[in-house]
Ligand binder design. Sequence first.
Ligand code: ARG
Length: 466
Amino acid sequence: MAQLWGGRFTKETDQLVYNFNASITFDQKFFKQDIKGSIAHAKMLGKQSIISNDEMESIIKGLQSIYSDVNEGKLEITSKYEDIHSFVEANLIDRIGDAGKKLHTGRSRNDQVALDMRLYVRDEISEIEEELLLLIKELHKIMKDNLYTFMPGFTHLQKAQPVTFAHHVGAYLEMFKRDLSRMQDIYSRMNYCPLGAGALAGTTYPLDREYTASLLDFNGPTLNSMDSVSDRDYVIELLSALSTIQMHLSRFSEEIIIWNSNEYQFVELDDAYSTGSSIMPQKKNPDIAELVRGKCGRVYGALTSMLTTMKGIPLAYNKDMQEDKELTFDAIDTVKGCIMLFRGMISTMKLNKETMERSAMNGFTNATDAADYLVKKGVPFRDAHGIIGRLVLYCIDKDKSIDQLSLEELKEIDPTFENDIYDAISLKTCVDKRITLGAPGPSVMQQVIDKNEAYIASLTLDKANY
Ligand code: ARG
């Protein structure tokens, strides 16, 4: 047991208590951030002459050597230490002696862990943005390739009106754009440095918090020391945004599972993204899509868990907050992994365009257009709706689609029909004519694609400025 405290105690900690309390098995995940934060703290202590320049330099060198030794496998992070902060400090003292004992001047593990978690979450947000951008680019490409890939659009999972694959995929692209912007929002709101808050009430040393904040690329220091050590709002915001991403991926996965089914056969998943059955040799299962759908449970669970953990915590720091780590790390890794796998799955998935188009042609997806045709010939919409309703009933009885009826049959139902009805209700016309912005008509879809192109370019430029 290696702890940073003990002076006040007369007995050893019970081993079970030690294990229950320790966090090293999981908080070693932000080892890099702990070193980075400590280097910034040491630089600030040196600049403020709270420690000497030599001490500052020796601390920085010591921290850097611990960092590289761990990375090179020369030094192992073990559960002999209570947490990652203790591991770093104990090793620093081992290496540089008394100067190492000064690193923690004007700092508490409360503001230290608050900083580490923020640094970690901030790095991860950038990675999630990166993954979302790659996914958005992939969907954008699919859209460009499928402006004329007709398919039925559904409401209530019943065929409704014809759309295109570009249009359908474009709906998800919009969702992922919002997801990305949520990441940007959270980043900018959380990007303030809690270091210097101490245990809860700041310190009596002349710390320069602005300086530490700028060394660590924060917008500035946080403004209330009690809030600084006990704020986990950004974790909750992140978990909520991650839950939304996972929900979007899950909805898309559900559609892919349906489209990939024997009954639909709109798409065929690549062998590399499918799995077999141990008993049924004919099976090729969409396990990846199902797992992405299934993993919603644990991501939502993390959000619920964190909200519940935080709800009764009085100010300021309480140990309950240590519970933020495992579930946040798990949610981040899960969502990042799912975005990546999902992108691989859809970029290799084959579209059965003919099957999709055939499906769009039956199921009366052109019924609205047939009613609109009558409206254009002067029939009031409500009457036209009734006429086409009767027409559909007739078709069902004859087992035909509207366009398979002869002009005589059509005229028998309503004399307004003329020969131009066939062109008016063809699949191509039905889609081509839908030209309100945001609709599937290829001419307006092209405008959307251009806007998305500019959006993607602006994000790529942003990244270059980092
Ligand atoms: N492992 C702790 C956590 O994750 C670090 C902070 C410990 N602070 C304390 N007062 N015990 O929250």
